[in-house]
Design a protein around this ligand. Structure first.
Ligand SMILES: [Zn+2]
Length: 435
């Protein structure tokens, strides 16, 4: 009996050992619609059935990893962007990355949300849609090259079946709704390709929402298009992600969404005062009250106050830089050099360092604020230029984080919830709330 097996008989999930819902024996190629039809035939209320799901999944998969015995769901890994700029075969050892198959196995990573990220610049230049498609192509190619090591994941109900043999499962999250453009029908197109959450904005206000990093609050929260996007995401069963949003945009998305929302990679502002990119206590409470989850992110600049202050200042300075260049362009002057600006910033703002305790502090903070059912992990591996705490530098290192929780007195069942059970529960709730 491994450490997580206790969850199978936990009194929170008393029926888990008595009946096996149909999805556990689903045919391999069940469609989303078929899955939902089966759910309707469950001999219990849907909410109850969904409450069982994490326990069932954890029973089936808790021992498949080679790490600490509890498998991990990580909602934010930026591998696809790097595949575009510097290809590597992530099915084998890729030492210049933070995610590859051997280390995912060593770290007990079971479900790795691949971030389909596009920038504000790509949005402005009209290239975001095709870049998103190309990144998804790259993830599909990775899974096709190693069908024994990876599988795309479309539903939390498929985890146990697809995990067989130790596969690492790859659902997709879209960071920045820019690829949708003005055409909300593309939400269905990308849902069909495997996108299961969308972060409405990234580093700047876009046509959907204001950004935490952007001084200009163009919409005062969500735009009319952004509101329609939330409704459509609910309808399709795509999780609404409030990471990166301005406070007003996040509050409006939480209020509007009829399904639970997530913060896919946000730490807690209570520990990094003034850093809007991390989630504030009041918004975090609203996420939890709606049944959602805050996925703590690992980057040093998100967990250490000095790093957070630097990052906030960097985005302000970039805003100013962009505005200066827009003015210069309007006046017919040559633009200032972006690379020189970035190099000067790095020279004058040396990296802040952190230890794994900083991440543990954020998890502790979240659990005290929201309860253990509303905190998870979204590392941002491969997305923060290696600026990560000591001891938490790649997907091989989750066991150290889980050991840190044990050392702080967390029960195994609670660690399993934080490591992934909570996110799978929310994802299943969002699926069930879809039309
Ligand atoms: Zn991000």
């Amino acid at each position: 009996m491994g450490p997580a097996s206790g969850i199978c008989f936990n009194r929170r999930f008393p029926a888990a050992t008595q009946s096996v819902p149909p999805e556990r024996t689903a045919p391999a190629r069940a469609t989303h619609e078929e899955t939902r039809m089966r759910n309707r035939r469950l001999p219990m209320p849907p909410r109850h059935a969904v409450a069982l799901l994490p326990a069932l999944l954890l029973c089936g998969w808790a021992h498949a990893g080679e790490g600490a015995g509890i498998d991990v769901v990580d909602t934010h890994i930026d591998a696809p962007t790097l595949l575009q700029s510097r290809w590597a075969d992530l099915g084998a050892s890729a030492p210049d990355r933070e995610f590859d198959y051997p280390r995912a196995r060593a770290g007990g990573l079971a479900v790795a949300f691949m971030s389909i990220y596009t920038s504000a610049e790509q949005d402005r230049s009209g290239t975001a849609t095709r870049i998103a498609h190309a990144q998804i192509d790259a993830v599909e190619a990775l899974a096709a090259r190693h069908p024994d090591r990876f599988a795309l994941l479309r539903s939390p109900r498929d985890v146990a079946r697809l995990r067989a043999g130790g596969r690492v499962l790859l659902p997709l999250g879209m960071e920045n709704a820019a690829p949708i453009g003005d055409d909300l029908s593309l939400l269905r197109t990308f849902h069909d390709r495997g996108i299961r959450y969308v972060t409405l904005a990234h580093g700047a206000a876009n046509r959907f929402a204001d950004s935490s990093y952007d001084i200009e609050k163009r919409w005062g929260g969500l735009s009319p298009l952004g509101r329609r996007a939330v409704v459509e995401m609910n309808r399709l069963g795509i999780m609404v992600d409030v990471s990166h949003l301005s406070d007003d945009a996040a509050a409006q998305a939480i209020e509007l969404s009829r399904a639970p929302v997530i913060a896919s990679h946000s730490s807690f502002r209570g520990l990094t005062p003034g850093f809007e990119r991390n989630i504030g206590d009041e918004l975090a409470r609203r996420v939890a009250e709606g049944g959602g989850v805050v996925q703590v992110t690992f980057g040093t600049n998100f967990v250490e106050p000095a790093g957070a202050a630097n990052l906030q200042a960097l985005y302000r300075a970039r805003n100013d830089f962009n505005q200066r260049n827009a003015r210069r362009e309007a006046e017919g002057l040559p633009p200032e050099d972006r690379a020189a600006f970035e190099a000067e910033w790095r020279r004058t703002h040396p990296r802040v360092s952190a230890t794994i305790d900083a991440v543990l502090d954020h998890i502790d903070y979240g659990v005290k604020l929201l309860g253990v059912d509303h905190v998870g992990i979204g590392s941002d591996f491969d997305g923060v230029g290696g600026n990560l705490p000591q001891g938490l530098r790649s997907v091989a290192d989750y066991p150290a984080l889980l050991d840190g929780l044990r050392a702080r007195g967390y029960a195994e069942a609670d660690i399993a919830r934080i490591a992934g059970g909570n996110l799978l529960r929310v994802w299943a709730d969002v699926e069930d709330a879809a039309d």
